[in-house]
Design a protein around this ligand. Structure first.
Ligand code: API
Length: 280
């Protein structure tokens, strides 16, 4: 008879954040790989677990410095996370002492660099701008004017986004509108939802409702998608500064991809106890 394995060692993790978008990072090169939807949800619980906006699993890679996996707090998976990508860049550069870091997100290999003490840039790759890559449920006339009240734009950054341009951010009740938009029928895999207010061609305010979570202080992939949509709508330059609830990012859509620059920080190192893991 198979006896359940008792976890005696506990599971080390590192807490990090980028603009207050917070992450639990588990390095499976040095810890057992116990991840499942159930485990992710238990660790996500801010009262009984640790709490995170995304869980980041690091693995040995054959194509980059690391393979990474992102999990949302509802236990679903995401193929991109911009703020965590800067944190991963930081971890890799601290480990290798090199100038640039590469990691495979399940979607593509991304490259990151250190720009200042706590400041990192990641090339998030080219946006997905066809309906089936985002993905949408069917083709639409114009990706920048979806047939949804408020005519949002659609863009993929490895994960799906729906971007509304509004005149007054304070008039948006994100908590009221977020869940229905996340589950809109046009997005078969659900979507992250961003609202932006254009203050100048290079200055944008943004708030986000994240797929599989809720309102977060910042969303790096969302900021990239929002900058792309704003530019394609003819409202903004290719290089913009974005103010999110948690702080500022710079987004620069260049020939080789959408570069996102902003801070990445360590918070603390901890261990999930064997008792906690066994109780999941
Ligand atoms: N916080 C992340 C986005 C997580 C995306 C996730 N909510 C999804 O696509 O399901 C970021 O900085 O890009």
């Amino acid at each position: 008879m198979d006896m359940p394995q008792k976890n005696t060692a506990g599971l080390p993790f590192r807490k990090m954040h980028g603009l207050g978008n917070d992450f639990v990072v588990i390095d499976t090169r040095h810890a057992p790989d116990v991840m499942s939807t159930k485990t992710a949800k238990a660790i996500a619980n801010r009262y009984f677990g640790v709490g995170f906006d995304q869980l980041v699993i690091l693995r040995e890679s054959t194509r980059a410095d690391l393979d990474v996996e992102f999990w949302n707090s509802d236990g679903s998976r995401a193929d991109a996370c911009g703020n965590a990508s800067r944190c991963i860049t930081r971890l890799i550069l601290e480990e290798t002492g090199g100038d640039s870091a590469t990691f495979f997100t399940g979607h593509e290999v991304l490259t990151g660099k250190r720009i200042g003490d706590d400041l990192f840039s990641v090339n998030m790759g080219q946006p997905q701008l066809t309906w089936n890559q985002i993905p949408l449920a069917h083709d639409v006339d114009d990706l920048n004017a979806l047939p949804i009240e408020g005519t949002p734009g659609a863009c993929g950054m490895g994960n799906p986004h729906m971007v509304f341009v509004v005149d007054d951010m304070d008039a948006v009740d994100l908590r009221a509108v977020g869940p229905d938009l996340e589950h809109h029928a046009l997005y078969p895999e659900r979507t992250n939802v961003e609202f932006i207010q254009i203050r100048a061609r290079d200055d944008i305010r943004m708030r986000v409702w994240e797929r599989g979570g809720e309102i977060t202080l910042a969303c790096g992939s969302g900021a990239c998608a929002a900058a792309v949509v704003a530019h394609r709508k003819g409202l903004a330059d290719k290089k913009v500064k974005m103010q999110l609830d948690g702080g500022w990012l710079e987004i620069d859509w260049r020939d080789d991809g959408v570069w996102m620059t902003g801070p990445a920080a360590h918070v603390f190192d901890g261990t999930l106890s064997a008792e906690f893991l066994d109780a999941i």
